[in-house]
Design a protein. Structure first.
Ligand SMILES: [Fe+2]
Length: 278
């Protein structure tokens, strides 16, 4: 019999897990319960506070549907998504660091090197280019480079009612590992704030913004898939990304340059990518 009190509570629950056959499940549940009990013992919530937490999680679930995942957003703003991403993508050499996938990835049209992915928005023109290599600097040809970004209004195409695919494209590196596309400068944007996560950000006195970035998903045979961002140097939210996804090695300067195609002025962003061997 468990003589329940504050001292025996955790041990009693852990004992109830003794017949779990799945060892990993047992490990996870034991750790979660141990830590949650610690939180409760340390903070001693009132019934009212406990119910507020239950009600918050319930509303978070109700906010989820096919297009909206409020629990992932909650995980994001608490730094959990980034922690899981980083633990699962430890780098040993000079490989490009990963960062979160985010909720706006979608099937992108195949494009040729040099194509413009900003077909339906106006903005500051920009050439984005780089080389995909292995850790020794050898070029990786035929790598798939899938890119997507927000427009100058801070919105992704999938957030708009018109359903026009824009600001995304998938290309293949050429023989010397080069990729290149034309676009417009991305803009910082807020995560959705019309749900429980928005409320909690507000209560915590936190802003909802993510610094301007371009998403990359790079795949090549023999290498670990890479999901990352190129962040734009100078963005006002680089220091305080609300989902904690910034890594210093991923920040790049937008340089003033000229488009070799027509001699007009534009920005250039160079983002070389180093893939990790499988
Ligand atoms: Fe994004």
């Amino acid at each position: 019999m468990l003589d329940f009190n504050e001292k025996t509570a955790t041990e009693g629950v852990l004992k109830s897990f003794s017949s779990i056959k799945n060892e990993r499940l047992k490990e996870l549940m034991s750790s979660i319960v141990t830590h949650l009990h610690e939180v409760v013992k340390e903070t001693e919530p009132t019934f009212e506070e406990w119910l507020t937490a239950i009600e918050f999680l319930t509303r978070t679930g109700h906010k989820c549907d096919d297009r909206r995942q409020e629990f992932i957003l909650l995980s994001d703003v608490l730094g959990i998504s980034m922690l899981i991403d980083t633990i699962n993508n430890r780098k040993s050499k000079n490989e490009t660091e990963s960062t979160v996938l985010g909720p706006f990835h979608a099937e992108a049209p195949n494009i040729s090197l040099g194509n413009n992915i900003a077909n339906h928005v106006e903005g500051e023109r920009c050439i984005v280019k780089g080389k995909v290599t292995d850790t020794n600097g050898n070029p990786i040809s035929n790598a798939s480079v899938d890119v997507w970004q927000s427009g100058p209004d801070g919105l992704y195409d999938v957030q708009k009612e018109n359903h026009i695919v824009d600001l995304r494209g998938k290309m293949t590196t050429d023989n010397d590992g080069t990729y290149l596309f034309r676009t417009v400068k991305p803009q910082y944007y807020p995560v959705p704030t019309d749900g429980p996560v928005g409320e909690i950000l507000n209560s915590l006195g936190r802003h909802p913004f993510r610094p301007a970035h371009i998403h990359f998903m790079v795949k090549a045979e023999g290498f670990v898939d890479l999901t990352t961002h190129a962040f734009i140097d100078g963005d006002p939210y680089l220091e305080t990304d609300t989902v904690f996804a910034v890594k210093e090695s991923l920040i790049r300067k937008l340089e003033n340059s000229t488009d070799p195609k027509d001699g007009t002025s534009c920005k250039t962003l160079e983002f070389n990518i180093v893939m990790q061997n499988n």
